[in-house]
Write a protein of this length. Structure first.
Length: 410
């Protein structure tokens, strides 16, 4: 039946550079302990970009049923399926409950899909000849991740994949929110994944000027909104949430982390660089029926990029006016790096954990205030805070900007 349901997040699954699972992830966020380090997934000795946020100690067969044949999948799908499994377990959903709510919507954002397998395939062709290729194409498709989750759930599903650059994970969550709100599905599994710490992507983003060449202390190099920031650092990871109608979740005894109440996405004008985030935040507020004065926390995109951090700061000021200085704003990318489409989903998870713990994680490594970035960025130390309504911001290549609104249920 088509309606307008209230929509909540009931399960979280995360693998990031700073930890596998919500407990390890949250503890490192609170401590400001960065997961960025020397690249180990390939030999980076001959390139200028030597640091990235890799997911450490991950072996897919330690987490996934061998019936899923996880070794065949690209790394992003391996991380994604693991995160989805964690989220379902965290939501305390069993197969009977999933089957009764079927079809389950599975929607996932990814930027580059299984490009790691494409690179392996191409290297093999070059070294062994054109007749020695691998049957990897079907494992590289963006839809492969949602397909594996569907197989894992073992109930009827509807699946979809979004490729909206770095906003993909946040946009996938918003798509699921909309479907549950309209009554098209009772339960959705949504989020984002990217795992492309590979030569072609690191060098490609590097030569495009999107990555820092700094190779100082890895724990300190990603420093969102800090005067001494030198640019962003590529990360990898996956974040998945379980989304349900509030009525359905409460009826089965679930304890929601937060309610999703609004969303908007826009594109920058070339000559107005703060236009996109300003309009996405304003659009999300309008969509939810709230005013700027209602916002109590902003989980910023804050990628440590010199220009983008300033642009987001200016957009927040343009949206909230003088009140902008009274809203805590923080970025987690000093700890995670920038995991592309996984970023917005992982930020959503960190905000849900902030609701659960009444605490805002710090903006790691923000030691030297930038006069151009002069808001309350919660530097260095976690802060107890009464979170009411929060905004999660995400931005991607191509000028796409997305903002998601969450609300505490207390």
């Amino acid at each position: 039946m088509i309606g307008k349901n209230r929509v909540v997040i009931t399960g979280l699954g995360v693998l990031a550079a700073n930890g596998i699972g919500k407990e390890a992830f949250w503890n490192s966020l609170l401590a400001g302990e960065s997961g960025i380090g020397p690249i180990t997934l390939f030999d980076a000795s001959d390139i200028p970009w030597k640091l990235a946020g890799e997911v450490k100690g991950f072996t897919p067969t330690d987490y996934l049923d061998k019936k899923l044949r996880p070794k065949r999948e690209n790394r992003g799908t391996q991380l994604l399926a693991t995160a989805a499994q964690m989220a379902i377990k965290d939501a305390k959903l069993n197969r009977k409950e999933l089957a009764s709510a079927a079809p389950i919507l599975v929607t996932i954002g990814t930027t580059l899909g299984g490009l790691d397998l494409v690179e392996i395939h191409n290297r093999r062709l070059e070294s062994k000849g054109i007749d020695k290729g691998l049957t990897t194409v079907s494992y590289c498709l963006h839809i492969k991740g949602p397909s594996v989750i569907s197989k894992m759930l073992d109930v009827p599903t509807r699946i979809g994949a979004l490729s909206n650059s770095c906003t993909g994970g946040l946009d996938a969550i918003a798509s699921a929110f909309s479907a549950v709100q309209r009554g098209e599905t009772e339960i959705a599994v949504a989020g984002g994944t990217d795992a492309v710490v590979i030569p072609s992507v690191v060098t490609g983003l590097g030569y495009a000027g999107l990555l820092s060449k700094t190779s100082d202390d890895p724990r300190k190099v990603s420093r969102p909104f800090d005067l001494l920031r030198t640019g962003g650092f590529l990360g990898e990871g996956a974040g998945v949430v379980v989304i349900e109608s509030m009525d359905g979740a409460l009826a089965r005894g679930a304890t929601p982390y937060a309610e999703i109440v609004g969303y908007s996405t826009t594109c920058d004008y070339i000559h107005m660089k703060d236009y996109g985030f300003k309009n996405s935040m304003e659009g999300a507020l309008l969509n939810a029926g709230f005013m700027p004065k209602d916002i109590s926390y902003i989980n910023a995109h804050g990628s440590s990029d010199i220009a983008l951090d300033q642009m987001e700061t200016e957009a927040i000021k343009a949206t909230f006016g003088p009140q902008a200085y009274n809203i805590p704003v923080a970025s987690i990318k000093g700890v995670t790096g920038n995991p592309l489409a996984a970023g917005g989903a992982i930020q959503t998870i960190s905000t849900c954990l902030s609701y659960a713990n009444g605490t805002i994680p710090p903006t790691a490594n923000l030691e030297v205030p930038d006069p151009a970035c002069d808001l309350d960025y919660v530097p260095l130390y976690a802060r107890q805070h009464d979170l009411g309504i929060s905004i999660v911001n995400s931005r991607g290549i191509g000028g796409v900007n997305s903002s998601l609104l969450l609300r505490n249920l207390d």
